[in-house]
Design a protein around this ligand. Structure first.
Ligand SMILES: C[S@@+](CC[C@H](N)C(=O)[O-])C[C@H]1O[C@@H](n2cnc3c(N)ncnc32)[C@H](O)[C@@H]1O
Length: 340
């Protein structure tokens, strides 16, 4: 007997992308910032200011009103008050880089079936912004994402007596979201952090450092961590949201190089989203696996067990899940023996 609610359940997924795409397009076009700057605007004012097609923009604005992100009164569109800090590109609380990064990802997701069929990442479809802007959005999106995890991870590492380094190596540290937090929480006021990333990514970290009192405790090491030597003599290696972009061989190599750069008694910590042994969840891990399949040649999500084994094979001891989580907030740690 057909069950209509079951049928509707299935069909509800079919157009679930539409609201995500509406939000993504509005973010890429920076519609929200423009509306906030102007304290509201009519359709024609907005289309002129941003040089957009009025007829098409009309429906996007209507959709955003139905999503209760915009309100319309007397032909004036405004951003609903509660969202203003998050949708203004000038505000430090903005989540726009993440929304725009998701727009970039979405252009890959539309090609998911083809990617699975061909066994190749989805070809890049250009958006309205150039590659440089997209890369900067990606780096700043990582900072937006970190806001969800950084305080709790810092606190938990501290409580487990794992945050007492002299020299931290933040591998692929982007704008330094974790380096800054760890330096602030570390009881050793002379401790330093080295952020190892590509030159373009380090720009954001340098800007951030100028606005804090931590700038003399930060070093910026620009390079390619697949080719360039790692800084040596560190006592904490932080590998956050990195291993999912690469296959097991590369991760094994990264763990060996981390081991070699550590002093005896040093610690490595790996933050990521981990899939369960059955490959059936959690949801964030399953969906992140899709993201990596589309966007990278070799990327994947690891299980905790695989990560622990790879760390152990690299020479570490006592590898374990120190912070469990069903999302990107999980952390596996391991130690280099003090006697090595
Ligand atoms: C997903 S982001 C994670 C950023 C940060 N660790 C965090 O947890 O928020 C990956 C970072 O690794 C950097 N990265 C990727 N491949 C790299 C490479 N081959 N050499 C240096 N940095 C790299 C990227 O520029 C980016 O900043």
């Amino acid at each position: 007997m057909p069950n209509s609610s079951v049928r509707e359940y299935l069909l509800s997924f079919a157009n679930a992308y539409q609201s995500a795409f509406a939000l993504a397009a509005a973010s890429e076009l920076d519609i929200f910032t423009e509306l906030i700057k102007r304290n509201g605007a009519t359709l024609s004012e907005l289309s002129k200011a941003l040089e957009l097609d009025e007829r098409r923009l009309n429906y996007l604005l209507a959709a955003l009103v139905t999503m209760e992100i915009l309100a319309k009164s007397e032909n004036l569109y405004v951003v609903e008050e509660q969202f203003v800090p998050y949708l203004d590109s000038r505000n430090s609380a903005t989540v726009l880089p993440m929304l725009r990064h998701q727009a970039n990802c979405a252009r890959g997701w539309v090609q998911l079936a083809t990617s699975i069929k061909t066994g190749a990442p989805a070809p890049v479809i250009p958006g309205v912004n150039d590659e440089k802007v997209e890369f900067q959005d990606f780096i700043l999106a990582m900072d937006v994402a970190s806001k969800r995890f950084v305080s709790s991870i810092t606190q938990q590492l501290f409580e487990q007596d794992l945050l007492h380094f002299e020299k931290l190596l933040d591998l692929g540290g982007a704008s330094g979201s974790y380096s800054f937090a760890f330096l602030e929480r570390n009881p050793n006021p002379k401790s330093k952090a080295i952020i190892f990333d590509r030159q373009e990514a380090l720009k954001e970290a340098k800007i951030k450092a100028q606005n804090t009192e931590l700038d003399n405790r930060l070093e910026f090491y620009s390079g390619d961590f697949y080719k360039d030597p790692y800084p040596q003599d560190v006592d904490f290696v932080w590998i956050s949201a990195i291993i999912h972009q690469q296959n097991e061989e590369t991760t094994a190599q990264m763990f060996r190089q981390s081991f070699n750069s550590l002093r005896p008694g040093g610690l490595v910590a790996v933050r990521d989203v981990f899939i369960n042994e059955d490959q059936t969840g959690p949801r964030a891990a399953a969906f992140f696996g899709i993201n990596m399949a589309i966007r990278t040649e070799q990327g994947r999500v690891y299980t905790v067990g695989e990560t622990v084994n790879l760390l152990t094979e690299a020479g570490f001891q006592n590898a374990r899940l120190a912070i469990p989580a069903e999302d990107m907030g999980a952390v596996v740690v391991a130690e280099k023996s003090p006697s090595l």
